[in-house]
Design a protein around this ligand. Structure first.
Ligand SMILES: C[S@@+](CC[C@H](N)C(=O)[O-])C[C@H]1O[C@@H](n2cnc3c(N)ncnc32)[C@H](O)[C@@H]1O
Length: 211
């Protein structure tokens, strides 16, 4: 029951004490993971970038710093209204200038035209998608051929969470996601272990094919 509640709040934080605790947890523990995803994406100043499942918006701040608008532009999409509101407040200045645009919604329906995004990144997010294949296909749809997608994860932390009953019935393992990426228009899909700021993390890389 407790683990189920936590899983729900990690997957879609709501505006109550549980959601607030989830937000605090993300802010305290996931900054490095978010910053690493942004770094590994190799964002260029003029890129169009998309973060999925931005949570409280720490990774949005990191990515926005690397972009020059225009033509650089940062989009974000999250399914939680609470996280959407928190991140919108955090990114208020950049939203006002048009550098950042946030959407409330799910990865299976990204409100962007096809073939416009250079870089996509996400952290701790795909575990909660209702349909990995639909999500992956939709990411590929909005990406430019040759564009790069990166997702970062702390595999050891995830295993500990799973052992405690959290993330039960989710597809948190990298392999099923990587398989689906390869089947839906991505090439060079691989997992790398990285050492960043003295901490070990894993990153999945996938390049949008040329088709
Ligand atoms: C565990 S939190 C991670 C937040 C942030 N990326 C971090 O690492 O701190 C997962 C985030 O993904 C969002 N999310 C879950 N399912 C989603 C979906 N289908 N589409 C878009 N966002 C989703 C949640 O609302 C939540 O903000």
């Amino acid at each position: 029951m407790f683990a189920e509640r936590i899983t729900q709040q990690l997957g879609k934080p709501t505006q109550n004490l549980w959601g607030w605790m989830a937000k605090k947890f993300f802010e305290k523990h996931n900054r490095l993971l978010e910053a690493s995803a942004v770094k590994l994406c190799d964002i260029q100043p003029g890129n169009v970038v998309l973060e999925l499942g931005f949570g409280p918006g720490l990774g949005l701040q990191e990515a926005a710093r690397r972009l020059t608008h225009p033509p650089g532009k940062l989009y974000g999409l999250d399914i939680s209204e609470y996280m959407y509101n928190v991140a919108s407040e955090r990114m208020q200045a950049e939203i006002q200038t048009g550098k950042v645009n946030l959407f409330l919604g799910s990865v299976e329906q990204i409100p962007l035209e096809g073939g416009v995004v250079d870089r996509v990144y996400h952290c701790n997010c795909y575990y909660f998608w209702p349909d990995l294949r639909a999500g992956s296909r939709e990411i590929r749809r909005v990406m430019k051929p040759g564009g790069l997608m990166v997702t970062t994860l702390h595999l050891e932390d995830l295993k500990r969470l799973v052992a405690s009953g959290v993330l039960k019935d989710t597809k948190w393992q990298p392999e099923p996601y990587m398989e689906v990426l390869s089947e839906t228009g991505f090439v060079d899909v691989h997992l790398e272990e990285q050492q960043l700021n003295g901490r070990s993390l894993h990153a999945i890389f996938a390049t949008a094919n040329e088709a």
